[in-house]
Design a protein around this ligand. Structure first.
Ligand SMILES: [Zn+2]
Ligand SMILES: [Zn+2]
Length: 396
């Protein structure tokens, strides 16, 4: 499907913006340069309001349609992009490579920010809609729960809206193609840590010690039964033990053992069930071996599952079919066990998260990954059509 001329014409400017963001990556909650540029551009486009410093470094731009602000929450929607980079060393060899050692836009948030800015520019010029669009640029998606920070800072009270929309680029999906479906798109994820407090001693006198390694080995085995014996077999779930630290000498029974890992699910009740199981097995295994267990659930890093609201997802699918052509909108694909903090927003409001083709590039979070600039105008076309369809101008 050919792109509208007015949007295709933005490509060279958008490419310049995107490469500039790529050269100046900023990590979780440090996105001051990026947020500054976003706010400056929104103001230059003639936005009705631009607010900064939300959830530390988040920005929200407010744009009213040609007919004014509309009737509150019912005629307002929010579009969301993320701005942060990853602590990685770039290996792309691109001319526009990162200028900061150890920081890289390896998840394409430079492209997400640019696509939303492109839509902001286009829609501020055309204003071919009725009501209000909130353009939300969030910090700290990569593990910092920036979306949650913005919500805790009053995002939805300050910018009341009926729906939220998110988009992520997707390597291996061709340029101009999109993917969306109702229900689970990405998993819930967090970490756990168990410390078994035994009693150290001489390896030749195990009877005087309480060996946390033996208890830990039992615990690792017992944890394998949670997904296989406690979770509904029709519910996807993963529990991976990824760390087991204990001991430093061949002839010493250590004082303690530390076991850690991650839990991934698509259902918050299942997630809770697994964590309750981890705590139960940890304490009971410790008791079995006459020692104590300390269990930590990393709730700070918890991201809920990203579940697309069925009505909002079928709406987005219809818009995408118009923008890209129905045969370029994919609806049959497995959910991924990766996670996204857009889920904090779509837990509050009906929402939909779509994937936008990034073509044949390296995978996300790979040192050779670079957002594909050919995708920019397609993303802008989706955002723009979405606004014009969700908030149609009154016909006179
Ligand atoms: Zn990422
Ligand atoms: Zn990402």
């Amino acid at each position: 499907m050919p792109l509208p001329n007015s949007i295709a014409a933005l490509t060279s400017e958008l490419t310049e913006w995107r490469r500039d963001f790529h050269q100046h990556p900023e990590l979780c909650y440090e996105e001051t340069r990026t947020a500054g540029l976003v706010a400056e551009r929104l103001r230059a486009f003639g936005f009705d309001a631009v607010e900064t410093g939300i959830g530390k470094t988040g920005v929200v731009g407010v744009l009213h349609g040609a007919d004014g602000a509309g009737a509150g929450e019912g005629e307002a929607i929010m579009l969301r992009a993320d701005m942060d980079a990853l602590p990685m060393q770039e290996e792309t060899g691109a001319a526009h490579k990162s200028t900061v050692a150890g920081k890289l836009h390896a998840c394409g948030h430079d492209g997400h920010t640019t696509m939303l800015l492109g839509a902001a520019k286009h829609l501020a010029e055309t204003r071919n809609f009725k009501g209000t669009v909130y353009f939300c640029f969030q910090p700290a998606e990569e593990g910092g729960a920036g979306a949650r920070s913005m919500i805790e800072d009053g995002l939805f009270e300050r910018f009341p809206c009926r729906q939220v929309f998110g988009m992520h680029n997707w390597p291996s999906l061709p340029i101009g193609h999109f993917a969306v479906k109702p229900g689970p798109m990405l998993a819930a994820a967090d970490e756990f840590k168990v410390t078994l407090e035994g009693r150290g001693g001489h390896a030749a006198k195990p009877d005087k010690a309480r060996d946390p390694i033996v208890a830990g080995a039992h615990l690792v085995t017992a944890l394998q039964t949670l997904v296989s014996r406690s979770v509904d077999p029709l519910q996807p779930a993963v529990l991976s033990v990824t760390q087991f630290h204990a001991g430093s000498a061949f002839n010493v029974i250590p004082e303690r053992a530390q076991i850690g890992g991650t839990v991934r699910t698509f259902d918050e009740d299942v997630h809770l069930l697994i964590h309750e199981g981890i705590a139960r097995l940890a304490h009971e295994t410790a008791q079995m071996f006459d020692m104590a267990a300390d269990v930590y659930r990393g709730t700070d890093g918890y991201y809920p599952p990203t579940i697309n609201d069925p009505d909002t997802a079928s709406f987005a699918r219809a818009v995408l079919a118009e923008v890209a052509g129905a045969d370029q909108v994919h609806t049959e694909f497995p959910p991924t066990m990766g996670s996204e903090d857009f889920s904090f927003m779509s837990r509050e409001k009906p929402g939909v998260f779509v994937f936008c083709g990034n073509g044949d590039t390296a995978s996300l979070h790979n040192a050779k990954y670079d957002f594909n600039d050919d995708a920019l105008a397609h993303g802008v076309a989706y955002w723009s059509k979405l606004v014009e369809t969700a908030l149609p101008k009154s016909v006179s």
